[in-house]
Design a binder for this molecule. Structure first.
Ligand code: C5P
Length: 218
């Protein structure tokens, strides 16, 4: 038989990444964090001081980039960028480069290649809608904006960064708007996605629920 793709989409701060990673572990599936790919391209462009309005340059960079993704480590052109791509300044630029058509084409091709012949949990914004529309099991995670910002604040704090909640809320709104309103692959649930509101649910409960839904679908 073929392989199984499980997609988990949604905005940041919904627990998507952790839930997806854990679900993959429990199922013995491989895991793909597609946001990290856009972040790595953004980091590379920042590093080169590239003019981000030059979509041709950014696209070329993405086409020529050597992206290596292992479970926990992401390398861009041989350099370990795992930590660097999590910095707040990279986060906003990631949503900028992610709106560029040529960049998305390249990332989508890499994502489909990464899934070839594998059971995989893949996490992002467009995995259920665009990249794997045939996936048998799709989730879309949501949470209230305030709850998401609080989670992000805690996450940043645990990595030694103190950012005021208001600033996080502001950047979150800007990023959501960009992701939801772009013309290519806007952030939205696939028509056949299971929507999971995680606002007042623990991570354990979310994972448990995802697992129970998976069993009915694959
Ligand atoms: O999930 P994460 O916060 O790491 O994603 C960073 C940015 O990458 C998002 O704000 C979004 O603009 C972009 N992204 C995307 N499509 C994906 C994954 C991420 O456009 N599949």
């Amino acid at each position: 038989g073929g392989h199984v793709v499980i997609t988990i989409d949604g905005p940041a701060g919904t627990g998507k990444s952790t839930a997806a990673r854990k679900l993959a572990q429990l199922l013995g599936f491989s895991f793909l964090d597609t946001g990290a790919m856009y972040r790595a391209i953004a980091w590379g462009c920042l590093q080169q001081g590239m003019d981000l309005t030059r979509h041709d340059l950014v696209t070329n960079f993405a086409r020529q980039a050597d992206l290596q993704i292992e479970d926990q480590t992401i390398r861009l052109n041989g350099q370990d960028v795992t930590q660097a791509i999590r910095l707040p300044q990279v986060t906003l630029v990631a949503s900028q480069v992610a709106a560029i058509e040529g960049v998305r084409e390249q990332m989508v091709a890499l994502q489909r290649r990464a899934a070839e012949g594998q059971n995989i949990v893949t996490e992002g914004r467009d995995q259920g809608t665009i990249v794997f529309p045939e996936a048998p099991c799709k989730f879309f995670l949501t949470a209230s904006p305030l709850e998401r910002a609080k989670r992000r604040e805690a996450q940043l704090r645990s990595s030694g960064q103190t950012v005021p909640l208001e600033e996080i809320l502001e950047q979150q709104q800007l990023r959501d708007e960009r992701d939801e309103n772009r013309t290519i692959a806007p952030l939205r649930p696939a028509i056949d996605a299971t929507i999971v509101d995680t606002t007042s649910t623990s991570l354990e409960e979310v994972i448990d629920y995802l697992q129970r839904v998976v069993i009915t679908k694959i």
